[in-house]
Every structure is written in C-alpha cells, then in structure tokens.
Design a protein around this ligand. Structure first.
Ligand code: MF3
Ligand code: CO
Length: 250
C-alpha cells in the first residue's frame, strides 16, 4: 500500500482524533494509582473514548480483546487488561490507546510510574520520551523516513538501553496501521522521502536491558526477554514543511 498524503479536510479530522485522544490519555494518567486493576483502566478508557463519540480502534483489532493496552514493568506492549492484575506502588505501566473519529484514527502511548518509583525506572521513562522528541526533530518534508529511526537510535544508545526491534511505528489515517513501517533503530538506507500531509505514529519501545522480546501464551503480551523494565512513548504526528505537528499532544 502506498503512503497516503492527507488532504486539508482529512488533516482536520486527524487533528480532532488526536485532540480527543490526548484528553483520554490525560484522564487515564490522573486515574493511575496503586490498587487499581489493569481492567479498571481499560473500562475507564473505553468509557472516555465512547463519551467523546468515538470508537476504540484497538478493540477486536486482529482479535485484541480490549480498548486499551496496559503493559506493566517488563511488559513492553499489548498487555491485556485483567481484573486480577493489580498495580503496585513502584510499578511502571504503559498505556497505549487509540480511537476513531469520523473514520480517522489516532494512536498514542505513555508510560507512568505507579506511586513512588526508582530513579532508574524514572530515567528509562524520561529517556524513552526524550528519544521520541529527538526522532521527530528529523520529521519534516524533504527529509527521509529513517532519519527519524537513526536519530532515536543515536540518542537511546548512549544509555545502554535495548531498542525493541520486533515492533515498529507506522503510518496512520483511515486505518490504524498504514505504510510505512517506522523502525526505532538505525537503518543503513535513508528510506522514503517525507512529504507534508503524511501522518505517522512514532513509538519508541525501550528496554532497560537487552532488546530481545518474547510473547506470552496469551499471544498478545510482549515482554522483555531478560525481564528488564520496558517503556513506551508514542504520538500521532503530521509532517509539514517545518516542525511536525504533534496531533496527540498540545
Ligand atoms: N499502538 C499499537 C500499535 O501500533 C496499537 C495496539 S494494536 C492492538 O501496534 F491490537 F493491540 F490493539
Ligand atoms: Co501505534
């Protein structure tokens, strides 16, 4: 599938999809506390998304059984919410959420500390977020796609963290996952040329230890193979002639 360039009308719809998703994330972030189950987070997220008149795009996506991916500690992404998975003080939790507004998708992820967390865990969260911003400095018309990948890798590698290779960012629009795929690690080629009107979900997934991941028996939950903590940070962005517009962060 070719990479789509969104029209002015489509960009307005993507902006609204992003604006509403940011609100959902902010409300979820404030709700996180020790003692909460990961299922409660999903229930609240779905209620918020539907309350804005939108559809949770993750629900039933390739059979995924929930609206929000809730991934705790060594879980990288796609954790399935459960009533018996209770957040504990000191945990870190990644919330990945998305919605459809008038046919247009948004997708964003944040990692939070639950109560007081270790300085090492906080640093992993902060540097994962920082790597997103390093990457998108390169995200402008005329640059190449893998300039983003290379910038994320160059930044993160300084810390000795493992950049997850088995999962990547993606184009987004009338579908949750569109071309192109966006790796978070260095590429030998420069990749396709970025053009104003492309909308992309850039989403570094970073392990404190090695980059290798494994899948749990539920066929969804991705964990770090060495059991180390993992963080995720994602926004939906719009490529322009200048600075990218971050649609899921104001
Ligand atoms: N942000 C996630 C991604 O881009 C979306 C979760 S897919 C789902 O892969 F199937 F878990 F919903
Ligand atoms: Co995504």
């Amino acid at each position: 599938m070719a990479v789509t360039i969104k029209s002015a009308r489509e960009i307005d719809l993507m902006r609204e999809a992003g604006r509403l998703l940011e609100k959902v994330h902010n409300e979820l972030g404030q709700a996180i506390k020790p003692g909460m189950s990961t299922l409660e987070i999903d229930r609240l997220g779905e209620k918020l998304i539907r309350g804005y008149g939108c559809i949770p795009n993750f629900l039933n996506y390739n059979g995924y059984p929930a609206s929000i991916c809730v991934s705790v500690n060594d879980e990288v992404v796609h954790g399935i919410p459960r009533a018996d998975r209770i957040l504990q003080e000191g945990d870190i939790v990644s919330l990945d959420a998305g919605l459809i507004y008038k046919g247009y998708h948004s997708d964003a992820a944040r990692t939070y500390g639950v109560g007081k967390i270790s300085p090492e865990a906080q640093k992993l969260i902060d540097e994962t977020r920082n790597s997103f911003f390093e990457g998108i400095k390169m995200a402008k018309d005329g640059n190449h796609l893998y300039d983003i990948s290379n910038a994320i890798d160059a930044y993160i590698s300084k810390f000795g963290y493992g950049i997850v290779r088995d999962l990547v960012g993606h184009g987004i629009g009338t579908q949750l996952h569109e071309d192109p795929q966006i790796p978070n690690f260095a590429q030998r080629r420069r990749g396709l040329k970025l053009r104003a009107g492309m909308t992309l979900a850039v989403e570094p997934m970073i392990n404190m230890g090695r980059c290798d991941v494994a899948w749990l028996d539920d066929d969804w939950t991705v964990v770090s193979d060495d059991g180390s903590l993992s963080a995720h940070y994602e926004n939906t962005i719009l490529i322009t002639d200048g600075e990218p517009e971050i649609l899921t962060l104001s």
